[in-house]
Design a protein around this ligand. Sequence first.
Ligand code: RUQ
Ligand code: CUA
Length: 655
Amino acid sequence: MKKSINILFFLVIAAALVGCNNGNDKKGSKGQGGLSTNAAERVYVAPGEHDEFYGFMSGGFSGQLGVYGLPSGRLLKVLPVFSQNPENGWGYSEETKPMLNTSYGFVPWDDSHHPDISQTNGELDGRWIFINGNNTPRIARIGLESFKTEEIIEIPNSAGNHSSSFITENTEYVVAGTRFSVPVPQKDMSINEYKGNFKGALTFINVDQETGRMGIKFQLMMPGFNYDLSHPGRDKSHGWFFFTTYNTEEAHSLLEVNASQNDKDFIAAVNWKKIEEYVNNGGGTKVPANYAHNILDEHTHTATSTMLKEVLTVNPMDVPGAVYFLPTPKSPHGCDVDPTGEYIIGNGKLSADLTVHSFTKMLDAIENKKFDGEAYGIPILNFEDILAGVVKQPGLGPLHTEFDGKGNAYTTFFISSEVVKWKVGTWEVLDRQPVFYSVGHGMIPGGNSRKPFGKYFVALNKITKDRYLPTGPELTQSAQLFDITGDKMELLLDFPTIGEPHYAAAIPAELVAPNSRKIYKLAENKHEYAVLQDSDVRVERDGKEVHIYMNMIRSHFNPDNIEGVKVGDKVYFHITNHEQDFDVPHGFAVIGANNAELLIMPGATETLVWEPKQVGVWPFYCTDFCSALHQEMQGYIRVSPADSNIELSWSLGED
Ligand code: RUQ
Ligand code: CUA
């Protein structure tokens, strides 16, 4: 009981500190004005110029991914991933609906947290970006050529897919760790029986280096703790993966007290190379599962969803030497590895200090079998034996740490609302800057690779309060851009973000922009309903289904007059955009449709379903202002009573 009182006391103090901070913000923000320095110049991207970095900010509870230019902070695109997006028909068009299929059926929303860019030899390579869906466990892969979500794989035996989606240094694997432990397989049982019975799955998904296709290689079935965040080893520690845990108490109720009892939780160190070898030699147990694997084909522009029925599980006990626990103070959240791969930082949310483990010392302790007990058969290393150092009293509520590649680390402190720069190796605090307010993750471009681009630090803040004009009870989240090239961090810019960006990733524009797709070649369009020539334009009836094979080009639809549709029909508009010019999509909308518009890219085909409910002559039109005659880009569809015998007919330019 004493401990729980201590914790509560700590939280009360912490809350008070947040309160103070907010009370002082007027003063705090004074000297922050950018005009007294040349801050404005350093973030100003002149009209017609481009930003230096692409910043990808997770969309949090919007389920999407925000693409920002850095340093300007300009929003370049909202890239739809896990949620339907009416702006471009994602998850509404027949082609993209299968992308949101899961074992629970169609799930049009998720909570996206941690984007990670693909790497080769530990350096960002600009091929793909991955992001996790936290709620209905999924991992998405987005192609950085098309800026489209190309693949989503569901994670079975998982719940709260939070310690995800982090990649190994050659993108061999993308990792998905469960936050909540659950019964595996799921079953009807008493929640009271949690302890010892629930499991935490850490899933290793391999990535095909040519196509990017994902497939679950194995699931490591860990004890029933909460697995919070993770990062791969790199360079010398390549082959290992590190996961923070909390709730090693295995509490199932009032976790704010009951999961804060243990003085130390663990970082789980997983030697995935060892497990891979075990699995490649036939190890592991195949168990029945049911999970969706959704792929968007770039030539058919169509997604398919396949339900997979089996997954390979590995019991850590069966692979001796593959998993160890590193004791880490006080419910660690972020788990970060420095660019050399030597230091593993556990950001203990409730700890006054920051703990740094040494990879070399860890291997040493393992070699010499210096264990301090075990948990569920997994050896626990001795805290002192593996300790590299402690950053003493850097702030309150450390969450995440990033690196600049010049030997410095930057840790975010949620409770004391600040970013603290400290020296890797000497552990001394070098600088601290307030953030407005309550920062979650921070991000340095390439900050989780062997080669960070240590020019900027972006603070991703949870609370915005007075930073922008009020917009009712909720304000958009605020990001803050710091210049970190000098000894002291310098605040340059505030900018709003969508959803709640948890983590973010950024990459020099030159690694992505030259490959960016401009059009889809019409000649390569393999959509089964594509209309490549005007002679293929037609309308066909199949019972109550009517299929309209249509194309579009500035500034008309072909056909634009259709008759013979009846109330009760299900009308499919299959529309091919014949433009072959950069940035000339056309839109399509029809009155009373129970979904969203389509936004069809040059050379692509998309399908909208419309179920006419009312007799009449109904217009459809292009939604994207595409030419001086955009307003003329329209058509009519005649809907007759259900028992009418008007024949199907279609035309363009006839009287
Ligand atoms: S988590 S800060 Cu996914 Cu740290 Cu949000
Ligand atoms: Cu096409 Cu407006």
